[in-house]
Structure formats: C-alpha cells, structure tokens
Design a protein around this ligand. Structure first.
Ligand code: 1QQ
Length: 381
C-alpha cells in the first residue's frame, strides 16, 4: 500500500473515522443425524447448510469474516447429541450450534447450550416445549402445534374425511408431541377417532395395529411417525388393503417416502412452509443451486437449514465481533430475534415462545404452512 495513504488511514482509524476489518474465521457448529434412521433427514440438513455457507463465503462472508462449519454426526441419539454439543461448545468453541436433528435429542442437548449461553438453532425440531428450555434456543422449523390443525382441516375438506384412526410412536419426543397436537386438533374440529394405536422406534411389524385400524373402518389414518417407521407403515397398510389417506406430521414430510413406499406413497397429506412446487424467486434459485451442487432435488429439511444459515448471517451482519466468545455469543443471541428474512421457505420472523416457571423462553418461527398431498411420486398443492 502507498505509505502516505497507509499513514492517513491509520490516522483516520485512530480518530474512529475508519475501522480496519480484520478478516477472521467464525466457527459455527452443526450437530446433525448423519447416520442411523434419522440420517434421512440429517444429510439433507447438512447439505442445506453447506450450500448456504458456500454461497455466503463466495460473496466475501459476513462483515469480511469467513464462516467455517464444524459438522458433527449426533446419530439421531440423545446421548450422542449431548456429547456433540459439549465438543462443539467447549472444545471447538463455536459461536453457536445448529441442530440437533430430532426434538428428542434437542430436549436432551439444548439445555447444555442454554447453560453455556451459546445460541442453539434447530431447523427441524417441531415438538412442543423445545424453545421453553430457555432464551438461547431458536428454531425456524414450524411446530406441530402450528401446522397440524391446518393439515387436518385441508385434508378433511379435500378427501371428505369424517372419522380417523390414530397411530403414533410413543417413545419419541416429536412423535408424542405430534400425537398430543393431532388429538387436540381432532377434538377442536369435532372429528371422531375410531381407534388409537402405538408403536416404538425400530419396530418393523405393524400388522397388529393396522389390522385393528382396518377393522375400525376410518376415512383416514392420522400418523405421527418418523420416516424410518412411517415409510414401512404406509407400505404395510396398503398391503393389508387399507387405501385411505394418511395425514402426517413433520416426520412424514420427507422425499424419502417416495423411495421407501414407491407407488404405495400416494395419498399422504402433510403441511410445511416449504414446497418444491412453490415458485418464488428465492425458492427457484435455491432449488437450482441445490440441484447443481448435489445432483438431487432438495426437501424441506434442506430448505430450512439453508434459510436458517441466512437468518443467522443477517444477525451476524449487525454484530461487531470482539473475539471474546462470551460477549460474541451474547451479541448474536441479542441480534437474532429481530431478524426478518424472505428465503426458500417464504417470509420468516421469530416470536418468543411461552416460558416455564418465569424463565425467559426462546424463539419460534412465524411462517405460513402449505398443505399438500402425494401423488405419483410428487407433492401436489
Ligand atoms: C422433530 C421432527 C423430526 C421429523 C425431525 C427430522 O420434526 O423431531 O421435531
């Protein structure tokens, strides 16, 4: 640099007129289920983050800082999620953590982030109660409580559903919460339940439950399941000659259903703010970029991770990082709630959740779900 120019810059900097941006690397943790049954979600989530990080870094990062993702496999297990959170927060000293994939793991691991005053941001946690863990907990995944009443309402209207059977996993935070919210929505809509059946994670034989369901003659099956069990449940139902629609929660909203259930995947109703059929400029750009990078179509899990990364960059853009981890984590925490973003999943803002026992709560997503159903390997709006 020209020494005179350099000197005058130094002088201006001393006067506070200009500041030197020293390019640094900001570490952000990603705890995702990359293996095991929930890997069907976690890999899409990782892809969404990596695509967004690559785009942001290619444009010079945030305030000159490059973002480095530190990605760990929490295997969809709560014990592993706890281990991974400890590693990311205390050892890697990341600024914040994205994840984990399942609400079941979030309920166990998020208190570690809250205790360490490290922002934690779920992109796929939809169960009740996750954000009441504390004010450092954020999510852009719309809750079952917000989505399911709409899914049932639209499905019932289109498919002429008057009575339903309910089937849910009773050993997982998300599937149980989905059940609670389905039950409430069905009561509110005055839709009678013909029978309620349960299963557990890892089950492969659903004949007993489905036989009872068939005998109860429902117009639809309301299913709160993760895809690892939900896919085989749909296949088994069709094999037993149960051809009524399924109404699913977030767990069933994965393109994996088309591989798992093939031609038996028709007639599944789900709700989400994101659809591959949604042709906004932001979504069209996202889908094209995702296909170019991964040679496969994205799903809502990838879209929500992608948007979450941009939401965080908006907050980071407003923060002057000091290099002091505690202060920087707090500054990011303070900047996040005000972010508004229009991304692949549509327009987004946060609302503070209800706290427990007078403690301040974290932040949930404000977004409008779209209800769609599956037909011939596609979602139809
Ligand atoms: C939760 C979910 C799952 C479907 C995440 C992939 O919504 O556990 O909350």
């Amino acid at each position: 640099m020209n020494p005179i120019f350099n000197k005058s810059l130094v002088a201006l900097a001393a006067l506070g007129v200009v500041s030197f941006a020293h390019a640094a690397e900001v570490k952000i943790g990603v705890a995702a289920a990359l293996s095991g049954g929930a890997g069907q979600y976690g890999n899409a989530i990782r892809n969404g983050f990596q695509l967004a990080a690559e785009e942001v870094n290619a444009k010079g990062g945030v305030n000159g800082n490059t973002i480095k993702l530190v990605i760990e496999d929490e295997q969809g297990k709560k014990e592993e999620a706890i281990n991974v959170f400890k590693k990311l927060i205390f050892q890697d000293k990341v600024l914040m953590v994205f994840g984990p994939t399942l609400s079941n793991s979030a309920q166990a691991a998020d208190p570690i982030a809250q205790g360490a005053k490290t922002p934690v941001f779920g992109t796929s946690n939809t169960a009740d109660g996750i954000t009441s863990i504390g004010d450092y907990v954020f999510r852009n995944s719309v809750t079952e409580a917000d989505v399911l009443p709409e899914t049932i309402k639209v499905a019932a209207r289109h498919a002429n559903i008057k009575k339903v059977a309910v089937l849910y996993g009773n050993d997982d935070v998300f599937t149980k919460s989905g059940y609670d919210n389905f039950k409430k929505a069905l009561e509110d809509l005055k839709i009678p339940v013909t029978t309620t059946e349960t299963f557990a994670k890892g089950d492969v034989d659903f004949k007993a439950q489905l036989t009872k369901i068939k005998a109860s003659n429902p117009d639809a099956i309301v299913l709160s399941a993760l895809i690892a069990e939900g896919g085989p449940i749909m296949v088994a139902a069709r094999q037993l000659g149960i051809n009524v629609p399924f109404i699913g929660g977030n767990g069933m909203n994965s393109v994996r259903i088309f591989d798992l259930a093939k031609e038996k995947s028709d007639g599944l109703w789900v709700g989400s703010p994101w659809s591959i059929e949604n042709q906004t400029a932001e979504n069209t750009r996202f889908i094209a970029a995702y296909k170019a990078k991964y040679n496969a179509a994205p799903d809502q899990f990838a879209a929500q991770a992608y948007d979450a990364f941009y939401i965080v960059t908006q907050a980071l853009g407003k923060v002057s990082l000091t290099g002091k981890l505690e202060a920087d984590r707090k500054a990011l925490h303070d900047a996040l709630p005000a972010v508004k973003w229009s991304g692949a999943t549509g327009s987004f803002s946060f609302r503070q959740a209800a706290g427990k026992g007078g403690k301040p709560a974290g932040y949930d997503a404000v977004q409008t779900p779209i209800v769609m159903s599956t037909k011939a390997g596609k979602y139809v709006i």
